[in-house]
Design a protein around this ligand. Structure first.
Ligand code: SF4
Length: 178
């Protein structure tokens, strides 16, 4: 049976996933060697059980991310922090120097620069956490793939190592390329 692989987009810009696509024709080889069971690239609504490897892009920045991260951890044998936002918080964590209420006021334009569009009822929107957090502060992470975004060659190297079941070599250090 082919390894079951997932990719997830939490609090990030999607640039890490765009870099994944930059593997170009090598994606065809990967498609032969693994089964992509969940991803922004695939129309799958629910994160499945028994996933071998999950690459997680983005920091954990709201309650929905936090809940999803725990589901990913429960259902994945190997979890990889994919890109600097997942590894350190990076760009997503730049809002950590501000109060959450001020961030929301600014985003919804009530800071004097535009019309106030802030909704009255937030009950259907995931709440921002007090700070955006790197993935390993929320769930145990097995490997860290640096870069903003990681280069396609780095991703190719890392995914090949994972598909060849060589994670134990990297389990306590950062995955590096070159
Ligand atoms: Fe975007 Fe860089 Fe964060 Fe990836 S690491 S989600 S490219 S800002």
């Amino acid at each position: 049976m082919k390894p079951r692989v997932a990719t997830v987009w939490l609090g990030g810009c999607s640039g890490c996933h765009m870099s994944f696509l930059d593997m170009d024709e090598r994606l065809l080889e990967l498609a032969d060697r693994m089964e992509l069971v969940f991803s922004p690239f695939a129309d799958v609504k629910e994160f499945p059980a028994d996933v071998d490897v999950t690459l997680v892009e983005g920091a954990v920045t709201n309650t929905e991310n936090e809940h999803f991260a725990r589901i990913i951890r429960e259902r994945s044998r190997i979890v990889v922090a994919f890109g600097d936002c997942a590894v350190t918080g990076n760009v997503t964590a730049m809002r950590n120097m501000f109060r959450v209420d001020d961030v929301i006021d600014s985003v919804y334009g009530s800071n004097g620069d535009g019309p106030v569009t802030k909704p009255d009822d937030y009950s259907c929107i995931a709440k921002l956490l007090p700070s955006a957090r790197p993935l390993h502060e929320v769930i145990p992470v097995d490997a860290f793939l640096h870069g903003c975004p990681p280069m396609a060659d780095q991703i190719w190297f890392a995914v090949n190592e994972l598909l060849n079941n060589r994670l134990p070599v990297f389990s306590t250090v950062f995955l590096r390329y070159g």
